[in-house]
Write a protein that binds this ligand. Structure first.
Ligand SMILES: Nc1ncnc2c1ncn2[C@@H]1O[C@H](COP(=O)(O)OP(=O)(O)OP(=O)(O)O)[C@@H](O)[C@H]1O
Length: 234
């Protein structure tokens, strides 16, 4: 396993956001994490990347216990993540934002090309010198995705990357993930079911902080418990 959690739990005062999650992600997989609003998806990945400390349980990456490792050290191990609440610097250009992420991991001589290539792959080549704050919400999400994969991570965690994108941009995003999956394990929080059905090798469903089901997209689509909790019977 590239990533495993055991008994991972998080409560905020009285609220149990994530309860006893055992999660295994083999290397090379594209895994979708789905579930209703407030199910605990962002809280779970926040514990995986080190942004939040768990209340109990453990996180292992390549067999190493990283439960107490600070987030920046997890980045060094190859865990890259983007978040729903955009973390771009609005007064820096798209190019400068991606360069900041790239510089942490690439030799100086490779940064310029890597940045342009990353922005090209997410479809922002025409906005490269635009201040990030002037980009639409969806384009800021794409910019974050570029900031994530330019680091050449082992595990790329994307939190709702297609939110705010037009249909054509979602199609491009799907192609991008199909390229990245050749070299990168991907954990994708996603509400758009067409993206989940097309891209995911397997799907994990969270509901009220607990793992409700796991399986192929088809199995999840047909699972009556999942339909009742999330997908609706239509
Ligand atoms: N910092 C926090 N303090 C208190 N409660 C929190 C905090 N972060 C999350 N919660 C609560 O924990 C629960 C799980 O939230 P989380 O954001 O992980 O869900 P989610 O599945 O990602 O939801 P969404 O799909 O709406 O993004 C929710 O009830 C939320 O209100």
């Amino acid at each position: 396993m590239l990533l495993s959690t055991r008994g991972l739990s998080k409560h905020f005062d009285g609220l149990q956001a994530v309860t006893d999650v055992d999660f295994d992600l083999p290397e090379g997989e594209v895994r979708a994490l789905i579930g209703p609003n407030g199910a605990g998806k962002t809280t779970l990945v926040s514990m995986i990347c080190g942004r939040l400390a768990p209340s109990s349980g453990s996180v292992h990456f390549e067999g190493q216990d990283i439960t107490r490792l600070p987030a920046h050290k997890r980045v060094c191990l190859g865990i890259a993540y983007t978040f729903q609440i955009t973390s771009v610097f609005p007064r820096l250009t798209a190019r400068e934002n991606v360069a900041l992420a790239a510089r942490r991991h690439l030799p100086k001589a490779e940064v310029t090309d890597a940045v342009e290539n990353a922005l090209d792959r997410v479809g922002l080549q025409d906005r490269i010198d635009e201040d990030a704050g002037n980009l639409s919400y969806g384009h800021q999400r794409l910019l974050e995705t570029a900031m994530g994969f330019v680091q050449k991570p082992r595990l790329l965690i994307l939190d709702e990357p297609t939110q705010g994108l037009a249909d054509s941009e979602i199609e491009r995003f799907k192609s991008l993930i199909n390229e990245l999956r050749q070299t990168t394990t991907i954990l994708l929080i996603e509400h758009n079911m067409s993206v989940v059905m097309e891209l995911a090798d397997r799907v994990t469903v969270l509901n009220f902080g607990e793992c409700l089901a796991e399986g192929t997209p088809q199995e999840i689509h047909e699972n009556p418990k999942v339909q009742a909790a999330y997908l609706g019977t239509g």
